[in-house]
Design a protein around this ligand. Structure first.
Ligand code: NAD
Ligand code: ZN
Length: 358
């Protein structure tokens, strides 16, 4: 047995209002006045008070990015080209401010500024050879665990797959729960459920070990407090931010499972976003995760969240085939969920019937 030697985020700040410390955190990392910090910020913050608190100096730049669609390899390539054209030297660093979409873009661009070619060539495991430039992640919505993970999930020309590498994790993360204040309720639920589903899939998987379990159980406990108890808004924001962190840590040393495998298929074919896609699938997985699905429905009920129906109602056989193939391509997820003989358990037809319910 060979054990994996994983990197972790080496520095993290946590606390309400900690965003105001960003300037002093970045200062020692500034290479010189020519080498800017580039801030990728979710365009939902354009014109908001947060922008006045971004510690700009010299020729630092803010690039507003829409998270309407999930990040694409061609988008990463375009951002890298734009930065290289605009500045004679490599930036001092990239700072991603937003949800999983912005965090993943920041990681990917930081990697691709030092590695040649298209981001699509690095989708997979351990294909990145050179360290990224300094990169910082600042989540403004909690749940994905992208702030701790060693992947950046990208839609490429051929597949939706992460750039998984030791160089992917952030050098610095700043967790300021106050930044999540404005998140709309539905989005708060969908992205938070990404974390909840990470826990359920990790804790019920065959890859489980004490490392993953310790983080997964803590994250699950926090999710229960946030979504089932009546705690204050401030407490809830703090706890969900830490749930996301622990949920991400939990899957670092295990894997996700069926909801994620199917959700990737939905996302690839129909562009369904990760959080809602997971929920759309997970509600029908009671035969695999009975307790997890039962509690999910209680949370949904408590917060009056309605999920859309009929998403797959009018798909052709070919379209189902594409989704099923994308989904079956994620072998470690199926192995984790169902064991070595997963192909006997999850047949093509059984998966088709599950997709047809959505
Ligand atoms: P997101 O980044 O797409 O943002 C969702 C919505 O919330 C957007 O409309 C955004 O504008 C809005 N929003 C964010 N912060 C806000 C705030 N403070 N106030 C108001 N609105 C705000 O959503 P997400 O669920 O965080 O991320 C999904 C992405 O994360 C997907 O692309 C998925 O592939 C990726 N992901 C990555 C990992 C990883 O480990 N790298 C893990 C899970 C998911
Ligand atoms: Zn997820």
């Amino acid at each position: 047995m060979r054990y994996r030697n994983f990197p972790m985020v080496p520095r993290v700040v946590f606390g309400n209002g900690s965003f105001l410390q960003l300037g002093e955190i970045l200062m020692p990392k500034r290479k010189n006045s020519e080498a800017p910090f580039i801030f990728f910020i979710d365009d939902v913050f354009d014109g908001q008070p947060l922008i006045t608190e971004v510690p700009l100096l010299f020729n630092d730049q803010i690039i507003f990015i829409s998270s309407e669609e999930e990040p694409k390899t061609e988008q990463v390539d375009a951002l890298v080209a734009k930065i290289k054209e605009s500045f004679p030297v490599l930036p001092s660093g990239i700072i991603g401010i937003g949800g999983g979409t912005l965090l993943d873009l920041a990681k990917a661009v930081a990697l691709m500024l030092t590695n040649d070619g298209s981001a699509a060539a690095y989708q997979g495991w351990d294909l990145v050879k050179k360290p990224a430039i300094y990169h910082v992640g600042i989540p403004t919505i909690s749940g994905t665990g992208a702030e701790v993970s060693r992947t950046t999930v990208l839609m490429g020309p051929e597949k939706k797959l992460g750039i998984n590498s030791d160089h992917t994790p952030f050098d610095q993360v700043l967790l300021d729960p106050k930044l999540t204040q404005g998140v709309p309720k539905e989005q708060w639920f969908f992205t938070g459920m990404d974390c909840y589903i990470h826990c359920i899939e990790s804790l019920n998987g065959t890859y489980l070990n004490a490392f993953s379990q310790s983080y997964g159980e803590k994250a699950l406990e926090l999710c229960h407090e946030v979504y089932l108890k009546d705690i204050s808004k401030e407490d809830s924001r703090d706890k969900l931010m830490m749930a996301s962190w622990h949920g991400g840590m939990s899957i670092a040393y295990s894997q996700v499972g069926i909801a994620h495998a199917m959700s990737y298929g939905l996302s690839y074919l129909l562009g369904v976003k990760h959080g809602i896609g997971n929920c759309l699938v997970f509600q029908y997985l009671e035969e695999f995760y009975p307790e997890g699905v039962k509690v999910f429905k209680q949370m949904q009920e408590k917060h009056q969240i309605k999920l859309p129906t009929g998403i797959c109602a009018h798909l052709s056989e070919e379209q189902f085939d594409i989704m099923i193939n994308v989904s079956f391509g994620l072998v470690p997820l199926w192995e984790n969920a169902l064991g070595d003989n997963w192909k006997e358990i999850m047949t093509y037809d059984r998966l088709l019937q599950l997709f047809k319910k959505i």
